[in-house]
Design a binder for this molecule. Structure first.
Ligand code: C6P
Length: 413
């Protein structure tokens, strides 16, 4: 994790970039689901719609060339953000889910066979589980799971036993969206490679929060979503090693992904176009490029340190609540997420009462039902932080929780 660009965040100035925070009483604590959008990102998309809206990679006229140029610049910005060796290794998709499905269908169709094993962890979001279940069902491969300890950390002692010559892929989250655990991804990648397996990193909850360098990690694939990093919905990223992307068959067929088309057969374009069939999310990709500028200017090291402070503060405030269970590891072992339950109150009630207090959190299974089972709960309440959150937001969360306990305990009597 680089700290070279660290300087304290000017959170007051940052909040002014987000029109939604003009309402100063609103505590938005659900950025792990989707972040808010700063004004420069909306402006970048507005500029496309107002001044050069057109399709890309096909129009021989000025505004189409401008649109193509801005779309490709966004790709360059994303490549720089993750330190991809080449810009062409960045494929625009709709979201993390689509990126993972792309790999499961395309790479999986030529590399996974009956008897092969795919290693996942108990922390996975359904997006990094269901596509591999579907692949296993199609091919006769088997899924194996790295378990977590009582503290919510991966049980590293299992890693070397679970990785065998049968392991073809390790598909693992960098950061748990439920309990925030930051996995030791570099060590996992090294161990997987030593066993001859490829690694797919679900970086949906890491890329927005700290520096991730794909060359340093040496991961084979990495996926993330624009809407969790101040960008718009409808655009995501798949990074892949060039030789893997080149050998993979297309995922979707149609316009833009071809080199030539005959009546019965086609040849395909080079990467990334091979994986970007049809008209892509143009404004959204341009917006994502602007979001990359935004979080880079704030500084990813600064964002990480700020979130760590908020997490420590949240832990210190929440742990005093009667009947609270906080899930997952200590603040320094996780990214900006805190999951908890209050004894005797369903997390949906907690979230509903907090909403009447102008505090937005998420409650539910967080698209991680196997993890809920492991934690022996049906749901949790989850507060998550980003660069615009303050300790005041956490104080409001605590006030709302006190209110929830008062209401629900009174009702129970
Ligand atoms: N997690 C949350 O509230 P999409 O929906 O494709 O943009 O992202 C899917 C996804 C994949 N992996 C992880 C680790 C994630 O956290 C998410 C999205 C949101 O936790 C919405 S369920």
């Amino acid at each position: 994790m680089q700290t070279s660009d660290y300087r304290p965040l000017d959170v007051k100035a940052i909040r002014e970039d987000f029109p939604i925070f003009t309402d100063t009483s609103f505590a938005y604590l659900d950025s792990a689901a989707s972040t808010q959008t700063p004004h420069p990102v909306v402006e970048a998309m507005d500029a496309y719609y107002d001044t050069y809206r057109s399709n890309i990679h096909r129009g021989i006229y000025r505004i189409s060339e401008e649109a193509t140029d801005q779309y490709e610049k966004a790709r360059q910005k994303v490549a720089q953000l993750i330190n991809a060796p080449r810009t062409s290794q960045v494929v625009f998709t709709r979201n993390t889910t689509e990126s993972i499905n792309l790999v499961a269908y395309s790479w999986g169709s030529i590399n996974i066979h009956e008897g092969d094993e795919i290693v996942l962890s108990e922390l996975e979001h359904h997006s990094n589980l269901v596509p591999w279940q579907m692949l296993a069902q199609r091919t006769g491969a088997t899924l194996r799971f790295l378990e977590i300890t009582d503290k919510g950390l991966l049980d590293f002692t299992q890693l070397h036993d679970i990785l065998t010559e049968k392991t073809k892929l390790v598909a693992i989250t960098h950061v748990s969206n439920v309990i925030g655990t930051i996995n030791p991804i570099q060590s996992i990648i090294e161990a997987a490679h030593a066993a001859g397996a490829k690694v797919m990193v679900d970086a949906a909850q890491s890329i927005p929060h700290f520096h991730v360098d794909v060359q340093q990690l040496d991961c084979d694939f990495l996926a993330f979503s624009g809407h969790k990093m101040c960008g718009p919905t409808g655009v995501g990223v798949l990074y892949g090693k060039l030789e893997l992307l080149e050998e993979m068959p297309p995922f979707l067929g149609g316009g833009s992904m071809i080199r030539s088309v005959e009546r019965d057969i086609s040849t395909y374009a080079d990467v990334p176009a091979k994986f970007e069939a049809g008209t892509p999310s143009i404004a959204e990709a341009i917006g994502l490029g602007s979001a990359v500028d935004y979080i880079t200017q704030a500084g990813l090291a600064s964002i990480h340190v700020h979130e760590q402070e908020l997490l420590k503060y949240a832990h210190s405030q929440l742990q005093d609540f009667e009947g609270i269970t906080i899930y997952g590891p200590e603040p320094h072992q996780k990214a900006g997420v805190i999951s908890f339950n209050l004894q005797g109150i369903h997390p949906h009630d907690v979230a509903g009462i907090l909403d009447t207090h102008d505090v937005a959190i998420r409650a539910g299974h967080h698209c991680a039902q196997p993890l809920m089972k492991k934690l022996d709960v049906i749901a949790t309440a989850r507060a998550s932080f980003y660069l615009y959150n303050t300790k005041d937001d956490i104080d409001r969360l605590c006030d709302g929780l006190r209110k929830a306990q008062t209401i629900m305990i009174r009702r129970d009597k």
